[in-house]
Design a protein around this ligand. Sequence first.
Ligand code: ADP
Length: 254
Amino acid sequence: MRLQASSSVAFDESPAVSGSKSGELLRVESLRKVFASGTQEIAPLDGVDICVERGEMIAIVGPSGAGKSTFLHLLAALDTPTSGEVYFAGNSLRSLAEAELAEYRNRAVGLVWQRHHLLPDFTASENVAMPLLIQGTPVGCALREASERLAEVGLADVVEHPAGRLSGGEQQRVAIARALVNVPSLLLADEPTGDLDERNAEAIFELMQRLHRSHQLTSIFATHNLSLARRADRVLNLEHGKLAPAGEARVTRV
Ligand code: ADP
């Protein structure tokens, strides 16, 4: 099932729809974000530039507090930059009306957080179906779609289990299934393995890599796990407000 776009903005950039497998999906120009901190200001992003090709998998590393989450929030249009631009498929997010931004957040972007933010008393399939239900998809369709996504992440057997009774690794799989239920083209993940032990972190990362390929996603994830970061197509280091290619020496130091 693929949801129909109600917006005139071309967010359905997935190659399955557009036939396009290459070219720029995301461009960030001179991005700045300033927060007030007491009487002072801090600028975790102070002139970030990046161009992301469709199909790339990019790891963002950097010290805690460097601004990785802030950056992902701006890409997801969950916050607005102080200055600078984020372009998605050629559209400046700043130029979009609120309804178009909601469409972008709901349909173009899939989000995975360190903490899965599942509703513990709801079943795995209800959690995955939630983004569809919020959009008004009929319950039967939404739950069927959710079951398919759960099977894809290896959880066909726990579709009816309350999310709160699943293991940490299973809960993160549910969160990944939920992120993909709207068929996004851009997957943003903030420390997706941060709460997991080594074995589960490896399994979740392998799953993300597999889904990245099979869903023809463009993926950007922030991580402290350097061995996982090195398996991305590109590793970028965020420090002192700037994003730069992480050299091998720098990566091992972070
Ligand atoms: P990271 O994800 O790399 O650990 P964050 O993006 O969470 O870093 O935070 C970057 C800096 O911005 C930190 O100093 C943090 O305290 C600050 N910050 C983040 N969000 C806010 C906010 N809403 N208000 C004020 N300061 C914030």
